[in-house]
Design a binder for this molecule. Structure first.
Ligand code: CAA
Length: 259
């Protein structure tokens, strides 16, 4: 991976989009690297949480690469959109939780990348937005869909139609991010959250993610069946028996074992 740095701290992986000369903008190479990152995370069963951030102090990801997009034909643009959408969908469906630590501009494809993650936290310098209509295009890496699902159709339409960027406090108010930190506290907060998640039973965490993601895509009657199956699937595991056994015996549970 040329444009992604990957670091492991115990069960937590930290991936940094690293293309500073273009504020980490997503060209085809970065998208291919993100795909390779997902392969690497899937191949390592010891990783329980992934944190995604951007290099430098200015940007998480400043969007899809405008220089690459500027001269695309209709067919090429559709293929570029599919490339981004396919990679972001894989990220969204990764079995483990993904935390976006948004350290600056998250515009266009950058906002869309953060929305393909499970949880977004940001620095007070972060700026979110979908500026695409001001460039003559629609959002192309899932923004029309994920923003509407996250903040509601009315707010998503207002932001996308107006191409207006918003600061961290407004992103917090509309529910696009869960928490805002001073820049120096962002990564420690992301790591602390990741470590907290990593201590819980991994089978249960993964099943919870799948239940929420899959359930939101179907009617409630089907969604609760998805939950029932995943709930049942946690039983007879070592971690379920240890977790419940420890509660009943009034002791701390042993570290969960992912089995
Ligand atoms: N694509 C390509 N290059 C980009 C880029 C992008 N999205 N964003 C920034 N850059 C490059 C700039 O061209 C510049 O390169 P040079 O030094 O070679 O000129 C470098 O990064 C630094 O950027 P600026 O000089 O512009 O930095 P700034 O501090 O003045 O402004 C900014 C920062 C407000 C983020 C500004 O760079 C900007 O508006 N960027 C574009 C944001 C945007 O419109 N993103 C959406 C793209 S469309 C999209 O993402 C479609 C989709 O959904 C798939």
């Amino acid at each position: 991976m040329t444009h992604i740095l990957l670091e492991k701290k115990g069960p937590v992986a930290i991936a940094t989009v690293n293309r500073p000369k273009a504020l980490n903008a997503l060209n085809s190479e970065v998208l291919t690297d993100l795909d390779a990152l997902i392969d690497a995370i899937q191949a390592d069963e010891t990783i329980r949480v992934l944190i995604l951030t951007g290099s430098g102090e200015k940007a998480f990801v400043a969007g899809a690469d405008i220089a690459e997009m500027a001269r695309l034909s209709k067919a090429e643009a559709e293929a570029f959109g599919k490339h981004g959408n396919d990679v972001f969908r894989r990220l969204e469906q990764l079995a483990i939780p993904v935390i976006a630590a948004v350290n600056g501009y998250a515009l266009g494809g950058g906002c869309e990348l953060s929305m393909a993650c499970d949880v977004r936290i940001c620095s007070d310098t972060a700026v979110f937005g979908q500026p695409e209509t001001g460039l003559g295009i629609t959002p192309g890496f899932g923004g029309t869909q994920r923003l509407a699902r996250l903040v509601g159709a009315g707010m998503a339409k207002q932001l996308i139609f107006s191409a207006r960027n918003i600061k961290a406090d407004e992103a917090l108010r509309i529910g696009l991010v869960n928490a805002v930190y001073p820049p120096e506290e962002l990564m420690p907060a992301a790591e602390k959250l990741a470590e907290t998640i990593a201590k819980n039973a991994p089978i249960a965490v993964r099943a919870s993610k799948k239940a929420i993601n899959d359930g939101l895509e179907v009617p409630m009657d089907e969604a609760i069946v998805i939950e029932e199956n995943l709930f049942g699937g946690c039983f007879e595991t070592y971690d379920q028996q240890e977790g419940m056994g420890a509660f009943l015996e009034k002791r701390r549970h042993e570290p969960f074992q992912n089995r």
